[in-house]
Ligand binder design. Structure first.
Ligand code: AMP
Length: 358
Protein backbone atom coordinates (compact mmCIF):
# COMPACT_ATOMS: atom_id res chain seq x y z
CA UNK A 1 0.00 0.00 0.00
CA UNK A 2 1.21 3.54 -0.67
CA UNK A 3 2.69 5.03 2.48
CA UNK A 4 0.67 7.96 3.72
CA UNK A 5 2.43 11.26 4.05
CA UNK A 6 1.49 14.31 6.01
CA UNK A 7 -0.03 16.90 3.75
CA UNK A 8 1.72 19.25 3.16
CA UNK A 9 4.95 17.26 2.90
CA UNK A 10 7.41 18.39 5.56
CA UNK A 11 10.93 19.71 4.83
CA UNK A 12 13.41 16.89 5.42
CA UNK A 13 11.21 14.43 3.48
CA UNK A 14 12.62 12.57 0.48
CA UNK A 15 11.28 13.02 -3.05
CA UNK A 16 12.13 10.24 -5.51
CA UNK A 17 12.66 11.21 -9.14
CA UNK A 18 12.57 8.59 -11.91
CA UNK A 19 15.06 9.84 -14.49
CA UNK A 20 18.35 11.71 -14.06
CA UNK A 21 18.41 14.21 -16.93
CA UNK A 22 18.48 18.00 -16.80
CA UNK A 23 14.81 18.22 -15.81
CA UNK A 24 15.51 15.98 -12.81
CA UNK A 25 18.54 18.11 -11.98
CA UNK A 26 16.52 21.34 -11.95
CA UNK A 27 13.68 19.69 -9.98
CA UNK A 28 16.29 18.56 -7.48
CA UNK A 29 17.77 22.06 -7.10
CA UNK A 30 14.29 23.51 -6.53
CA UNK A 31 13.38 20.77 -4.02
CA UNK A 32 16.61 21.41 -2.10
CA UNK A 33 15.67 25.10 -1.72
CA UNK A 34 12.50 23.99 0.05
CA UNK A 35 14.43 21.67 2.39
CA UNK A 36 13.65 18.36 0.68
CA UNK A 37 16.10 15.58 -0.16
CA UNK A 38 15.99 13.94 -3.59
CA UNK A 39 16.68 10.35 -4.55
CA UNK A 40 17.41 9.93 -8.27
CA UNK A 41 16.72 6.65 -10.09
CA UNK A 42 18.65 6.40 -13.35
CA UNK A 43 20.43 3.52 -15.12
CA UNK A 44 23.62 5.63 -15.48
CA UNK A 45 25.93 6.62 -12.66
CA UNK A 46 26.46 10.39 -12.07
CA UNK A 47 23.64 11.57 -14.31
CA UNK A 48 23.06 15.37 -14.48
CA UNK A 49 20.46 15.08 -11.68
CA UNK A 50 22.44 12.67 -9.51
CA UNK A 51 25.37 15.11 -9.48
CA UNK A 52 23.29 17.49 -7.33
CA UNK A 53 21.26 14.86 -5.44
CA UNK A 54 21.58 13.43 -1.94
CA UNK A 55 20.86 9.82 -2.99
CA UNK A 56 21.06 7.89 -6.23
CA UNK A 57 20.11 4.40 -7.40
CA UNK A 58 21.55 3.05 -10.64
CA UNK A 59 19.55 0.19 -12.13
CA UNK A 60 17.50 -0.57 -15.21
CA UNK A 61 13.91 0.70 -15.16
CA UNK A 62 12.87 -2.93 -15.69
CA UNK A 63 14.64 -4.03 -12.47
CA UNK A 64 11.47 -4.14 -10.40
CA UNK A 65 13.23 -5.02 -7.11
CA UNK A 66 15.51 -2.01 -7.50
CA UNK A 67 12.50 0.22 -8.27
CA UNK A 68 10.69 -1.09 -5.17
CA UNK A 69 13.71 -0.60 -2.89
CA UNK A 70 14.16 2.92 -4.30
CA UNK A 71 10.51 3.87 -3.75
CA UNK A 72 10.56 2.53 -0.17
CA UNK A 73 13.14 5.21 0.70
CA UNK A 74 10.91 8.00 -0.68
CA UNK A 75 7.96 9.89 0.80
CA UNK A 76 6.65 10.68 -2.69
CA UNK A 77 7.84 9.77 -6.19
CA UNK A 78 7.70 11.78 -9.40
CA UNK A 79 9.29 11.43 -12.85
CA UNK A 80 11.09 13.70 -15.28
CA UNK A 81 10.34 11.92 -18.56
CA UNK A 82 7.16 10.35 -19.88
CA UNK A 83 8.60 7.10 -21.19
CA UNK A 84 8.93 5.53 -17.75
CA UNK A 85 7.72 1.92 -18.33
CA UNK A 86 4.23 1.46 -16.87
CA UNK A 87 5.30 -1.47 -14.63
CA UNK A 88 8.09 0.73 -13.20
CA UNK A 89 5.59 3.49 -12.41
CA UNK A 90 3.09 1.00 -10.96
CA UNK A 91 5.78 -0.56 -8.76
CA UNK A 92 7.01 2.81 -7.50
CA UNK A 93 3.39 3.84 -6.89
CA UNK A 94 2.79 0.73 -4.77
CA UNK A 95 5.42 1.89 -2.25
CA UNK A 96 4.95 5.68 -2.25
CA UNK A 97 2.41 8.16 -3.69
CA UNK A 98 3.27 8.73 -7.40
CA UNK A 99 2.58 12.20 -8.85
CA UNK A 100 1.52 12.69 -11.62
CA UNK A 101 -0.36 9.37 -11.49
CA UNK A 102 -0.11 6.34 -13.75
CA UNK A 103 -3.10 7.51 -15.86
CA UNK A 104 -1.30 10.68 -17.00
CA UNK A 105 1.70 8.57 -17.93
CA UNK A 106 -0.40 6.07 -19.92
CA UNK A 107 -2.15 8.85 -21.79
CA UNK A 108 1.03 10.76 -22.66
CA UNK A 109 3.02 7.66 -23.72
CA UNK A 110 0.84 6.77 -26.65
CA UNK A 111 -0.15 9.37 -29.24
CA UNK A 112 -3.36 7.53 -30.13
CA UNK A 113 -4.52 7.20 -26.51
CA UNK A 114 -3.48 10.82 -25.96
CA UNK A 115 -5.43 12.21 -28.92
CA UNK A 116 -8.51 10.12 -28.12
CA UNK A 117 -8.39 11.25 -24.50
CA UNK A 118 -7.90 14.95 -25.27
CA UNK A 119 -10.61 15.01 -27.93
CA UNK A 120 -13.24 12.70 -26.41
CA UNK A 121 -12.78 12.94 -22.64
CA UNK A 122 -11.23 16.37 -22.05
CA UNK A 123 -13.21 17.73 -25.04
CA UNK A 124 -10.34 19.90 -26.27
CA UNK A 125 -9.60 20.15 -30.03
CA UNK A 126 -6.68 18.25 -31.60
CA UNK A 127 -5.55 17.98 -35.25
CA UNK A 128 -7.60 15.38 -37.20
CA UNK A 129 -5.98 11.95 -36.89
CA UNK A 130 -6.36 8.28 -37.81
CA UNK A 131 -4.83 5.15 -36.29
CA UNK A 132 -2.49 3.40 -38.78
CA UNK A 133 -1.13 -0.16 -38.34
CA UNK A 134 -0.35 -1.14 -41.95
CA UNK A 135 0.43 0.40 -45.31
CA UNK A 136 -3.13 -0.47 -46.33
CA UNK A 137 -4.50 1.53 -43.37
CA UNK A 138 -2.11 4.36 -44.23
CA UNK A 139 -3.62 4.62 -47.72
CA UNK A 140 -7.13 4.59 -46.25
CA UNK A 141 -6.19 7.28 -43.70
CA UNK A 142 -4.77 9.49 -46.47
CA UNK A 143 -8.09 9.21 -48.33
CA UNK A 144 -9.83 10.58 -45.23
CA UNK A 145 -7.31 13.27 -44.17
CA UNK A 146 -5.73 14.24 -47.50
CA UNK A 147 -2.13 15.34 -48.11
CA UNK A 148 0.13 16.75 -46.79
CA UNK A 149 -0.06 14.73 -43.58
CA UNK A 150 2.30 13.67 -40.79
CA UNK A 151 2.89 10.02 -39.92
CA UNK A 152 4.06 9.55 -36.31
CA UNK A 153 4.95 6.49 -34.25
CA UNK A 154 2.47 6.08 -31.39
CA UNK A 155 5.24 5.59 -28.84
CA UNK A 156 8.72 6.96 -28.04
CA UNK A 157 8.71 9.90 -30.44
CA UNK A 158 10.19 13.25 -29.39
CA UNK A 159 11.86 16.29 -31.02
CA UNK A 160 10.45 15.20 -34.39
CA UNK A 161 11.92 11.68 -34.08
CA UNK A 162 9.71 8.89 -35.43
CA UNK A 163 7.92 11.32 -37.75
CA UNK A 164 7.51 11.49 -41.50
CA UNK A 165 5.81 14.22 -43.53
CA UNK A 166 3.94 12.88 -46.55
CA UNK A 167 3.49 15.32 -49.41
CA UNK A 168 2.53 12.99 -52.25
CA UNK A 169 1.45 9.40 -52.97
CA UNK A 170 5.11 8.52 -53.66
CA UNK A 171 5.91 9.15 -50.01
CA UNK A 172 3.58 6.38 -48.78
CA UNK A 173 5.91 3.37 -49.14
CA UNK A 174 9.08 5.07 -47.77
CA UNK A 175 7.07 6.60 -44.89
CA UNK A 176 5.65 3.24 -43.88
CA UNK A 177 9.08 1.59 -44.21
CA UNK A 178 10.50 4.30 -41.89
CA UNK A 179 7.96 3.30 -39.23
CA UNK A 180 9.43 -0.26 -39.23
CA UNK A 181 5.94 -1.65 -38.63
CA UNK A 182 5.55 0.28 -35.36
CA UNK A 183 1.93 1.23 -34.59
CA UNK A 184 1.43 4.79 -35.82
CA UNK A 185 -1.03 7.61 -36.31
CA UNK A 186 -1.54 9.82 -39.31
CA UNK A 187 -2.25 13.47 -38.52
CA UNK A 188 -3.58 16.13 -40.80
CA UNK A 189 -0.79 18.62 -41.57
CA UNK A 190 -1.67 21.76 -39.63
CA UNK A 191 -0.94 25.03 -41.43
CA UNK A 192 -0.29 26.87 -38.18
CA UNK A 193 0.57 30.52 -37.56
CA UNK A 194 2.82 29.69 -34.61
CA UNK A 195 3.44 27.17 -31.86
CA UNK A 196 2.56 28.13 -28.30
CA UNK A 197 2.45 26.31 -24.98
CA UNK A 198 1.00 26.60 -21.50
CA UNK A 199 2.77 25.44 -18.35
CA UNK A 200 0.32 24.92 -15.52
CA UNK A 201 0.13 23.03 -12.25
CA UNK A 202 -2.54 21.32 -10.18
CA UNK A 203 -1.69 20.39 -6.60
CA UNK A 204 -2.75 17.50 -4.37
CA UNK A 205 -5.32 19.94 -2.92
CA UNK A 206 -6.76 20.75 -6.38
CA UNK A 207 -5.28 24.29 -6.43
CA UNK A 208 -4.37 25.44 -9.93
CA UNK A 209 -1.81 27.93 -11.23
CA UNK A 210 -0.65 28.78 -14.75
CA UNK A 211 2.05 30.92 -16.37
CA UNK A 212 1.27 33.29 -19.26
CA UNK A 213 1.24 31.99 -22.83
CA UNK A 214 4.64 30.98 -24.29
CA UNK A 215 5.67 31.28 -27.96
CA UNK A 216 8.06 28.54 -29.15
CA UNK A 217 10.44 28.49 -32.10
CA UNK A 218 12.11 25.29 -33.27
CA UNK A 219 15.32 24.65 -35.23
CA UNK A 220 15.84 21.21 -36.80
CA UNK A 221 12.77 19.95 -34.87
CA UNK A 222 14.36 20.89 -31.52
CA UNK A 223 13.06 23.74 -29.37
CA UNK A 224 15.31 26.77 -29.90
CA UNK A 225 13.66 29.71 -28.10
CA UNK A 226 10.68 30.23 -25.82
CA UNK A 227 9.34 33.72 -25.18
CA UNK A 228 6.81 34.73 -22.55
CA UNK A 229 4.57 36.58 -21.99
CA UNK A 230 3.59 36.75 -25.65
CA UNK A 231 0.65 38.17 -27.57
CA UNK A 232 -2.51 36.09 -27.58
CA UNK A 233 -5.30 35.06 -25.28
CA UNK A 234 -3.59 33.64 -22.18
CA UNK A 235 -6.93 32.86 -20.56
CA UNK A 236 -8.27 30.73 -23.42
CA UNK A 237 -5.12 28.61 -23.74
CA UNK A 238 -4.83 28.24 -19.96
CA UNK A 239 -8.48 27.19 -19.71
CA UNK A 240 -7.94 24.40 -22.27
CA UNK A 241 -4.81 23.17 -20.45
CA UNK A 242 -6.67 23.19 -17.12
CA UNK A 243 -9.60 21.31 -18.69
CA UNK A 244 -7.15 18.53 -19.63
CA UNK A 245 -5.53 18.51 -16.17
CA UNK A 246 -8.89 18.35 -14.41
CA UNK A 247 -10.04 15.48 -16.66
CA UNK A 248 -6.94 13.53 -15.55
CA UNK A 249 -7.24 14.56 -11.85
CA UNK A 250 -3.67 15.57 -12.53
CA UNK A 251 -1.13 16.42 -9.83
CA UNK A 252 2.08 18.30 -10.75
CA UNK A 253 3.22 20.56 -13.57
CA UNK A 254 1.94 19.73 -17.05
CA UNK A 255 2.88 21.29 -20.40
CA UNK A 256 0.31 21.63 -23.16
CA UNK A 257 1.66 22.37 -26.63
CA UNK A 258 -0.70 24.01 -29.12
CA UNK A 259 -0.77 24.95 -32.76
CA UNK A 260 -2.27 28.43 -33.15
CA UNK A 261 -4.13 28.61 -36.43
CA UNK A 262 -4.40 31.67 -38.69
CA UNK A 263 -7.87 32.47 -37.32
CA UNK A 264 -6.44 32.48 -33.77
CA UNK A 265 -8.03 29.17 -32.72
CA UNK A 266 -5.96 26.60 -30.85
CA UNK A 267 -5.55 22.86 -31.36
CA UNK A 268 -3.47 20.73 -29.01
CA UNK A 269 -0.35 19.09 -30.48
CA UNK A 270 0.62 17.15 -27.39
CA UNK A 271 0.84 17.18 -23.62
CA UNK A 272 3.88 16.43 -21.45
CA UNK A 273 3.15 15.17 -17.92
CA UNK A 274 6.18 16.92 -16.46
CA UNK A 275 8.15 20.14 -16.33
CA UNK A 276 9.00 21.25 -19.86
CA UNK A 277 11.75 22.92 -21.86
CA UNK A 278 9.37 25.75 -22.85
CA UNK A 279 9.02 26.67 -19.15
CA UNK A 280 12.71 27.17 -18.30
CA UNK A 281 12.44 30.98 -18.58
CA UNK A 282 10.41 30.97 -15.33
CA UNK A 283 13.67 30.44 -13.39
CA UNK A 284 14.67 34.08 -13.75
CA UNK A 285 11.29 35.77 -14.18
CA UNK A 286 10.81 36.89 -10.57
CA UNK A 287 8.11 34.33 -9.72
CA UNK A 288 7.98 30.72 -8.49
CA UNK A 289 9.70 28.77 -11.28
CA UNK A 290 8.18 25.68 -12.93
CA UNK A 291 10.48 23.30 -11.02
CA UNK A 292 9.54 24.69 -7.63
CA UNK A 293 5.90 24.83 -8.78
CA UNK A 294 6.01 21.09 -9.52
CA UNK A 295 7.58 20.31 -6.14
CA UNK A 296 5.01 22.51 -4.37
CA UNK A 297 2.16 20.83 -6.28
CA UNK A 298 3.23 17.25 -5.50
CA UNK A 299 4.10 18.17 -1.90
CA UNK A 300 0.68 19.74 -1.33
CA UNK A 301 2.11 23.19 -0.63
CA UNK A 302 0.37 26.42 -1.71
CA UNK A 303 1.50 27.04 -5.31
CA UNK A 304 2.62 30.66 -5.01
CA UNK A 305 3.05 33.36 -7.62
CA UNK A 306 3.22 32.45 -11.33
CA UNK A 307 2.96 35.98 -12.74
CA UNK A 308 6.41 36.94 -14.10
CA UNK A 309 7.90 40.36 -13.29
CA UNK A 310 9.71 40.48 -16.65
CA UNK A 311 9.25 39.44 -20.26
CA UNK A 312 11.71 36.58 -20.75
CA UNK A 313 13.33 34.65 -23.56
CA UNK A 314 14.94 31.23 -23.10
CA UNK A 315 17.46 29.97 -25.67
CA UNK A 316 18.65 26.37 -25.61
CA UNK A 317 22.40 25.73 -25.82
CA UNK A 318 22.54 22.72 -28.11
CA UNK A 319 25.77 20.89 -28.97
CA UNK A 320 28.52 23.38 -29.86
CA UNK A 321 26.40 26.39 -28.79
CA UNK A 322 28.00 25.78 -25.41
CA UNK A 323 31.30 27.06 -26.82
CA UNK A 324 29.84 30.60 -26.87
CA UNK A 325 29.56 30.53 -23.09
CA UNK A 326 32.21 33.26 -22.52
CA UNK A 327 30.07 35.64 -24.61
CA UNK A 328 26.89 34.89 -22.66
CA UNK A 329 28.75 35.18 -19.37
CA UNK A 330 29.59 38.82 -20.17
CA UNK A 331 26.03 39.70 -21.15
CA UNK A 332 23.95 41.74 -18.71
CA UNK A 333 20.46 40.37 -17.89
CA UNK A 334 21.45 36.92 -19.17
CA UNK A 335 21.25 33.97 -16.78
CA UNK A 336 23.15 30.77 -17.48
CA UNK A 337 21.97 27.25 -16.63
CA UNK A 338 24.28 24.33 -17.45
CA UNK A 339 23.41 20.65 -17.09
CA UNK A 340 26.84 19.20 -16.21
CA UNK A 341 26.91 16.85 -19.22
CA UNK A 342 30.34 15.43 -19.97
CA UNK A 343 30.40 15.15 -23.75
CA UNK A 344 29.23 17.67 -26.31
CA UNK A 345 27.18 15.97 -29.02
CA UNK A 346 25.27 17.41 -31.98
CA UNK A 347 21.63 17.85 -30.94
CA UNK A 348 22.36 17.33 -27.22
CA UNK A 349 20.86 19.91 -24.86
CA UNK A 350 23.87 21.14 -22.85
CA UNK A 351 22.22 24.07 -21.06
CA UNK A 352 20.11 27.15 -21.67
CA UNK A 353 20.19 30.89 -21.12
CA UNK A 354 17.36 33.05 -19.87
CA UNK A 355 17.35 36.68 -20.95
CA UNK A 356 15.26 39.45 -19.46
CA UNK A 357 14.00 41.27 -22.53
CA UNK A 358 11.70 43.88 -20.95
P1 AMP B 1 5.81 16.55 -32.02
O1 AMP B 1 6.92 15.59 -31.72
O2 AMP B 1 4.49 15.91 -32.27
O3 AMP B 1 5.74 17.66 -31.00
O4 AMP B 1 6.21 17.28 -33.38
C1 AMP B 1 7.43 18.02 -33.53
C2 AMP B 1 7.19 19.22 -34.41
O5 AMP B 1 6.76 18.81 -35.73
C3 AMP B 1 6.08 20.15 -33.91
O6 AMP B 1 6.58 21.02 -32.93
C4 AMP B 1 5.68 20.84 -35.21
O7 AMP B 1 6.60 21.87 -35.53
C5 AMP B 1 5.78 19.73 -36.24
N1 AMP B 1 4.48 19.02 -36.38
C6 AMP B 1 4.07 17.98 -35.66
N2 AMP B 1 2.82 17.59 -36.01
C7 AMP B 1 2.42 18.42 -36.99
C8 AMP B 1 1.22 18.55 -37.75
N3 AMP B 1 0.18 17.71 -37.59
N4 AMP B 1 1.16 19.55 -38.66
C9 AMP B 1 2.20 20.39 -38.84
N5 AMP B 1 3.37 20.33 -38.16
C10 AMP B 1 3.48 19.36 -37.24
Amino acid sequence: MPSTHQSPLQPGSTIGILGGGQLGRMLNLAAARLGFHCHIFDPEWASPAAKVAQFETNAKYEDINAVLNFAKTCDIVTYEFENVPSLTAKTAGSAAPLHPGARALNVAQDRLTEKNFIQNEAKVPVALFQSVDSVHELRRAIKKLGLPAVLKTRRMGYDGKGQFILNSEEDIEPAWAAMQNAPAILEQFVDFKREVSVIAARSTTGEIAAYPLIENQHKNHILHTSTSPTTGDDGRAQALAIQIMNSLSYVGVMATEFFELHDGSLVVNEIAPRVHNSGHWTQNAGCVDQFELHIRAIAGWPLGKTQPKHKMQMTNLIGNDINSLPIYAKEKDCFIHLYGKKDIKAGRKMGHINRIIV
